[in-house]
Design a protein around this ligand. Structure first.
Ligand code: CAA
Length: 380
């Protein structure tokens, strides 16, 4: 197995790191406080090709690979987890399923705007009563000849307040459960579609997380994504891809917390010497370094499997996401501990990182769901 990044991957990593430190780090605390969706920096990122990373150039994308997309999510999340997940969602939860499952007409109609940042994208799977169990969703889509009528409310939708293109899941035949779910592409201006409550979250606060309401929402027939009844497979495959990027988000936040802790430990003097010289601080720095590196390798393994054309990488994506989630929560806890009282204050970025970290254990499948996927694979 080759652990080295290609020249192109290194070039993209360095470019994104420079951009993130210059443009995103200075506003990360501010948007965490204000909850403002960072449209202007996202448009700059789109100009660099970061909004349609794996989408072929003929549809306006950058035509790069999935490992590069993970590296991008990592570098952005290292300084700002909100920008990190907005990027992951636009790329792998909206543009990717439209590219992978869409018709040529759908690709041409929706992908250029998602890649250029003219429109941002989101996905609507979760509902108030259907989180870990997406097959328990209650949204319905009734066939009315040349269109469907959708009714239901989606919850906890990242990018929701500012997205204009949505991939939404609903039951065309609720009796059939998994085999009766379908996917649709919905424009924000479709009749009967509206944005609901904007959530006030603990972390990733600038992500426009909100409810989406479909009240007799009219969706043209040509906006069915994939086959009628094929929606559950669209959900599961799309989540396999995006779990790699959420794992990368965990790696990025971990690396950011580690970098901040190394700097702080070398500067902070107690008992007449920098605290970096104390072995209990070194113990934490060693654990943080080892866990972050291990999580990164698991993320790269899953990304490179997808790049190599593997049909199923469900297990590897779940392992990467699970391990990165446990890592980022542990690493940011240690980062706050190293910073002591200062780490508990908004004056230092590790306070925000600790809050941002927790969501990695929850969204895109909780750690418990990842363990179910991993164990089912082991026991098969
Ligand atoms: N790829 C393709 N097909 C898959 C699949 C995969 N990864 N996983 C399952 N399937 C297929 C199965 O083969 C099966 O097909 P057949 O009926 O043809 O045999 C069908 O789907 C049903 O599979 P299961 O019986 O395994 O389904 P299940 O109901 O037991 O669910 C689960 C499995 C893994 C627990 C799944 O429900 C799950 O992943 N839950 C978590 C949901 C989640 O991650 N939500 C995140 C929301 S999005 C989000 O968080 C975005 C954000 O905010 C940033």
């Amino acid at each position: 197995m080759d652990f080295a990044l290609t020249q192109d991957q290194k070039m993209v990593r360095d470019m994104v790191r420079e951009f993130a430190e210059k443009e995103l780090e200075p506003i990360a605390a501010e948007i965490d406080e204000s909850r403002e969706f960072p449209t202007s920096t996202l448009k700059k990122m789109a100009g660099l090709g970061l909004m349609g990373v794996v989408i072929p150039e003929k549809y306006g994308g950058a035509g790069l690979d999935f490992t590069t997309l993970a590296i991008i999510c990592e570098e952005i999340s290292r300084v700002c987890a909100s920008h990190g997940v907005i990027t992951a969602v636009n790329n792998s939860l909206c543009a990717y399923p439209i590219y992978h499952f869409g018709t040529e007409e759908q690709r041409k109609k929706y992908l250029p705007d998602l890649c250029s940042g003219k429109k941002f994208g989101a996905i609507g799977i979760t509902e108030a009563n259907a989180g870990s169990d997406p097959a328990g969703m209650e949204t319905t889509a009734v066939d009315k000849g040349d269109h469907y009528v959708l009714n239901g409310t989606k919850a906890w939708i990242t990018n929701g307040t500012d997205a204009r293109t949505f991939v939404i899941f609903a039951y065309t035949d609720p009796e059939l459960r998994h085999k009766g779910m379908s996917a649709f592409i919905i424009d924000k201006d479709f009749e009967g579609f509206s944005v609901g409550k904007h959530e006030n979250l603990m972390g990733i606060r600038a992500t426009g997380n909100c409810e989406l309401i479909m009240d007799e929402c009219i969706v043209p027939k040509e906006n069915l994504l994939g086959e009628e009844g094929g929606g559950f497979k669209v959900v599961m495959h799309t989540l396999d891809v995006s779990r790699i990027d959420i794992g990368a988000q965990g790696v990025g936040i971990s690396q950011g917390a580690l970098d901040a802790s190394v700097k702080y430990a070398q500067e902070r003097v107690q008992f007449g010497k920098p605290i970096a010289e104390f072995e209990m601080i070194q113990d934490m720095i060693a654990q943080m370094s080892a866990q972050t590196d291990a999580a990164r390798l698991l993320v790269y393994r899953a990304g490179s499997m997808k790049d190599a054309g593997a049909k199923r990488f469900t297990r590897e994506a779940a392992i990467a996401k699970y391990f990165a989630a446990e890592t980022v929560v542990a690493v940011t806890r240690m980062a706050v501990q190293i910073h002591g009282g200062n780490g508990y204050s908004k004056e230092y970025p590790v306070e925000r990182m600790y809050r941002d970290a927790k969501i990695i254990e929850i969204y895109e499948g909780t750690s418990e769901i990842q363990k179910i996927v991993i164990a089912r694979n082991a026991l098969r």
